[in-house]
Design a protein. Structure first.
Length: 128
C-alpha cells in the first residue's frame, strides 16, 4: 500500500503525495511529457485506472482497462526523450518499466508518444 509519505514509484525520490500523487488527485497536471510518463507508471503501480484512462488519448485508449493484479511494478528507467517540454506540444519518452510477476523479474521497453491537448499532456501510443 502506497501512502502520501511513501517514496513515489516513479523513481524521482520524492514522497508520493508531493510527486505523482498530486497528478493522480487532479490537483495539478503534469507540466512535461516525462512527468506524465512517470505519473502514468506510478498509476500502474498504485492501480489508478481512472488516471490512466484520463491521460490516454481517446483515439487510442482501450474501451476497458483492467490491470493484471499479479503484476507488481517495481521501478522505472527513463532512457531518452525528445520534445515534450514546457513550451512544446509533442514529445516522446523512451523508458523501461520493471515489474515482478509470478516471482520473476521482467521489464517492458517502449518509446511512447505524447501530445498536449488543451494545455494537458496525454499519452497517445508507442512510436517507432
Amino acid at each position: 500500500m502506497i501512502t502520501d509519505e511513501s517514496r513515489c514509484p516513479c523513481g524521482l525520490g520524492e514522497p508520493y503525495g508531493a510527486c505523482c500523487g498530486r497528478f493522480h488527485r487532479g490537483t495539478v497536471t503534469a507540466p512535461t511529457a516525462e512527468l506524465l510518463m512517470r505519473s502514468r507508471f506510478s498509476a500502474f503501480a498504485v492501480g489508478d485506472t481512472a488516471y490512466l484512462a484520463e491521460t490516454w488519448h481517446p483515439k487510442t485508449r482501450p474501451a476497458d482497462l483492467e490491470l493484471d493484479p499479479g503484476r507488481r511494478w517495481t521501478f522505472l528507467e527513463i532512457l531518452g526523450k525528445t520534445g515534450g517540454g514546457l513550451l512544446e506540444n509533442e514529445g516522446t519518452v523512451e523508458f523501461r518499466a520493471h515489474y515482478r510477476q509470478d516471482r520473476r523479474a521482467d521489464s517492458m521497453h517502449e518509446n511512447s508518444g505524447f501530445v498536449r491537448v488543451d494545455r494537458q499532456w496525454i499519452y497517445v501510443a508507442p512510436v517507432s
